[in-house]
Design a protein around this ligand. Structure first.
Ligand SMILES: Cc1ncc(C[n+]2csc(CCOP(=O)(O)OP(=O)(O)O)c2C)c(N)n1
Ligand SMILES: [Mg+2]
Length: 352
């Protein structure tokens, strides 16, 4: 069968069952715990900040203000927001190149992130790193990595340092379904389990690696089982439901903190935009994307719940959106007018 046709078929399976988590042994889905009101409002606001930030970044890219690669996180917001809620200050986060959401969830300043995207001096890497290369040790964010899978061994190393120092910290190591097929992932799994390292491997299964559907590239498409031969437990989680993510995250982080070693969480999620800004996404149908957007959007679902339970009014949610838009507009203003780095900066921060 022609490759293009195979991909279309794989993509149809996704449309039929987007991000579904299998039933438990009793033929039912495990109950999703409710969030306390303040936590739910916070989750809504944090996801909205990422969504609006990414929309703005997309616009600025279109205007030629952002150069180089730019991978948007739109659609996947519940994953980082729910996982971040399961951490305590001092824990660490590391991820690949689809990283703006992770930075914002860690509490990094939207101005500094946007200014890095536009290559300005106020950016987190002084405008010299761009979208895939930002760090904040203060906020526990260790990048931002352009090499697929590289962050898995680095995250395992951070967890090794935690164990060596006996500091009680846990490292969340995020990677994609495509990265999960990288060899270094399994070397890392082996060492992590052998040494009982405190690392949560968060596999963001958004159903595609660039234009390749999961079922075309993976012999085992249940990524929660990828640690089986190393005795690493794993779980599939509805990555579009922030409540499910937070609950699974808390359990996993506790598992690590209690000294049980690594654990895998496979987040069933979906990205709405192309792989990067230069991807017209011809490998899937418009209907497939629209179906997830209208039926499973992580922000719309929280919004609907907040209104239904009368925890928030239409008015107050509009206000929250306006507040978030103001923050994002300020960030884009800053990122547009902040000067570019001085040419002398070409010679700093370089290993010679
Ligand atoms: C070692 C390496 N191989 C290939 C690439 C090119 N590449 C960039 S992203 C990507 C797909 C990764 O997909 P996935 O892990 O599912 O993450 P997603 O983009 O879906 O978040 C590939 C092959 C790369 N950057 N590094
Ligand atoms: Mg992917």
């Amino acid at each position: 069968m022609a490759f293009a046709q195979e991909n279309k078929q794989a993509s149809q399976q996704v449309a039929d069952a987007p991000h579904t988590v299998p039933e438990n042994g009793n033929g039912e889905h495990s109950a999703v715990p409710e969030l306390p009101k303040e936590v739910e409002l916070r989750a809504h606001r944090d996801m909205l900040l990422i969504r609006r930030f990414e929309e703005k970044a997309g616009q600025m890219y279109g205007m030629g203000l952002i150069g180089g690669f730019c991978h948007l996180y739109i659609g996947q917001e519940a994953v980082v927001v729910g996982m971040q809620m399961s951490l305590t200050p001092g824990d660490q986060v590391i991820t690949g190149y689809r990283d703006h959401g992770h930075m914002l969830a860690c509490g990094m300043d939207p101005k500094g992130v946007m200014a890095e995207l536009t290559g300005r001096r106020g950016g987190y890497s002084k405008g010299k790193g761009g979208s895939m290369h930002m760090f904040s040790v203060e906020k526990g964010f260790y990048g931002g990595h352009g090499i697929v899978g590289a962050q898995v061994s680095l995250g395992t190393g951070i967890a090794f340092a935690n164990r060596y120092r006996d500091n009680g910290k846990v490292c969340l190591t995020y990677f994609g379904d495509g990265a999960a097929n990288q060899g270094q992932v399994y070397e890392s799994f082996n060492m992590a389990e052998l040494w009982k390292l405190p690392v949560v491997y968060v596999i963001e299964n958004n159903r595609y690696a660039m234009g390749t559907a999961v079922s075309r590239a993976s012999a085992q498409t249940d990524f929660s089982k990828r640690g089986a031969s190393f005795n690493i437990p794993g779980e599939q989680v509805d990555g579009m439901d922030v409540r499910a993510v937070k609950a699974a995250g808390e359990k996993a982080v506790k598992w690590c903190r209690d000294g049980n070693g690594p654990i895998i969480l496979e987040m069933m999620t979906y990205r709405y935009r192309g792989h990067s800004m230069s991807d017209p996404a011809k490998y899937r149908t418009r209907e497939e994307v629209d179906k997830v957007r209208t039926e499973h959007d992580p922000i719309d679902m929280v919004r609907a719940r907040l209104i239904e339970t009368k925890r928030a009014s239409e008015e107050s949610l509009k206000q929250a959106d306006a507040d978030v838009r103001r923050i994002v507009n300020e960030a884009s203003e800053f990122a547009t007018h902040d000067p570019e780095p001085d040419p002398s900066e070409l010679w700093t921060d370089v290993v010679r």
